[in-house]
Design a binder for this molecule. Structure first.
Ligand code: G6Q
Length: 522
């Protein structure tokens, strides 16, 4: 049985939400914040994670209606279908089972009648043993030297996830240096290899199809570079692949023993939990890699089992729909207050926009409502000195997720205090703004009474700009896994509510076709 097919705008909840929106659209977060227990009533705690969504333009009634919407489109049924391996990626005829990759239970998950759990475990054992060998130095290059550098060659889902996680977990990394090459721009690969030593470099070629123009071009280039000093018999010590296309991998010259599996039931942008994450395991060690998977599994169970009104990914998805479909907000910002997470917005752009950037519903009809939000962002505090001006005083409504950590990793507590003061300061500034009266008395008190006439309107902050505070105790592989899975489930929930297919990506095809045509005509 496939996913249900319900146009959200035809539900009772949508109608009620529309009239509710008309009633409350001018509410102000400042007034809402005065409610008794507002923070407690609009916060969710899940072990080391606290999500405070009290600074949103919502009431209890809004939330009830949004939850009702999720119920009316039968989100529960869709969740069950995803986790149990139904073919919910209908347009590609595939199951969507990235959650199976991190499941530690014995419960079988069947794909074409076969339990996939054993092959997942075998792949994990292979990742473990390979990572251990390379990290310990047991695995040696063709002249007997240890491996010092890893180069991940892949693009899109075969690059953004591993790259983002390796960067985010830099604190936990070992002696290996990891590089990522993705762009077909030859300067990218040239820069990456210019200081590398072929005797001590390991290339991890990640391509589900092993036909992707960028990845194959870059792989051929590094192979030629390698063969300037080594022979084809040395390739097995320096090239491994993650792919489903064994024939193409063979043709490239990679030893079958050095191939890690990929499966069609894992979408590229959700694949860092598979062997696509090999560079992660090499960079931080298998135990940390497992920690990442364990954190994601905890979020999976929360998403699967928790009631919608206390379900973190569901609530964040519903809030996003509230702004996107009722307030007409076009974009959302993701603002991590950790320099380690600087690549998270890029990663989420693919995950969110490639998944939910669809204009046709599950009937194949053009939708008559807004879908996929535009996501963008950068790290705090850097972005406060850059684009935040527009978020505070511009004309657009931009709901924002502020991701923060109670503790820093190196323990410079004075720095962390400042960082978090900025985190909360921004949230409050957006929500509460600064009134005319406040600006007036500020100018007066600072002895600038003469400037009140000319400056006052420019210094006013309207406020009433919504945000969520997503706060973890500490950045660990475990909490990162949880965070990524949170967004994955938010994406899924929104796709279900918008009645679109989130797991195909035909939108990237046309440009590829045209580029190939142009190449062939040259
Ligand atoms: C992700 C997309 C896409 C894909 C790349 C790389 O969901 O499918 O970004 O990951 O095009 O594809 P290959 O892994 O096949 O090279």
């Amino acid at each position: 049985m496939s996913l249900k097919n319900i146009n959200p705008t035809t539900t009772n909840a949508w109608k009620e939400l529309t009239s509710h929106f008309n009633d409350i659209k001018n509410i102000n977060i400042k007034d809402l914040d005065k409610e008794t227990n507002r923070k407690e009533n609009f916060s969710l705690k899940f072990d080391d994670l606290l999500v405070d969504y009290s600074k949103n333009r919502i009431t209890k009634e809004t939330l009830n209606l949004l939850v009702k919407l999720a119920e009316e489109v039968d989100l529960k049924d869709a969740i069950e279908k995803q986790f149990s391996g139904e073919i919910i990626n209908v347009t590609e005829g595939r199951e969507v089972l990235h959650t199976a990759l991190r499941s530690t239970t014995d419960a079988p998950i069947l794909v074409e009648g076969k339990n996939i759990k054993p092959q997942i475990q075998t792949a994990l054992r292979k990742i473990k043993s390979f990572s251990n060998k390379v990290i310990s130095g047991k695995w040696k290059g063709y002249t007997g030297k240890f491996i010092t550098d890893i180069v991940n060659i892949g693009i899109g889902g075969s690059d953004l996830g591993p790259d983002m996680v390796v960067e985010s977990l830099k604190y936990y990394k070992n002696h290996l240096t990891t590089h990522f090459v993705s762009n077909v721009d030859g300067d990218h690969v040239s820069e990456a290899i210019k200081n590398l030593d072929p005797e001590t470099t390991l290339f991890v070629i990640v391509s589900k199809t092993f036909t992707t123009q960028e990845t194959i071009s870059n792989s051929e280039t590094v192979k030629n570079w390698f063969l300037k000093s080594a022979t084809i018999f040395d390739i097995p010590k320096h090239f491994v692949a993650v792919s489903t296309n064994l024939e193409a991998v063979d043709n490239f010259g990679i030893d079958r023993n050095n191939v890690f599996p990929m499966w069609n039931w894992v979408g590229g942008r959700f694949s860092l939990w598979s062997a696509v994450g090999l560079s992660i395991s090499l960079s931080v060690g298998f135990d940390h890699y497992k920690g990442l998977l364990a954190g994601a599994e905890e979020m999976d169970l929360h998403f699967k089992n928790e009631d919608f009104d206390t379900n973190i990914p569901v609530i964040l998805a519903l809030l996003s729909i509230w702004y996107n479909n009722f307030y007409g907000a076009e974009t959302e910002a993701v603002l991590p207050y950790s320099q380690y997470l600087k690549k998270l917005p890029d990663y989420l752009q693919q995950a969110i926009m490639e998944s939910n950037g669809k204009g046709v519903d599950r009937n194949g009809n053009k939708v008559n409502y807004q879908t996929g939000t535009i996501v963008w962002g950068s790290t705090g505090t850097n972005m406060q000195h850059a684009f935040m001006q527009l978020v505070h005083q511009g004309t657009k409504l931009i709901p924002a997720d502020f991701i923060g950590y109670k503790e820093s990793l190196y323990g410079l507590t004075a720095h962390h205090k400042k960082l978090m003061a900025n985190y909360y300061g921004q949230i409050d500034a957006l929500a509460f703004g600064k009134t005319k009266e406040e600006v007036h008395s500020e100018l007066k008190l600072s002895g600038n009474e003469d400037k009140i006439g000319s400056l006052l309107p420019f210094k006013v902050f309207e406020g009433n700009r919504p945000s969520n505070a997503i706060l973890f105790d500490k950045l660990t592989p475990h909490s990162l896994g949880k965070l990524i899975a949170l967004y994955e489930h938010k994406i899924f929930t929104q796709g279900i509510l918008w009645n679109i297919y989130s797991y195909d990506q035909f939108g990237v095809e046309l440009g590829k076709e045209l580029a190939n045509k142009l190449l062939n005509n040259q």
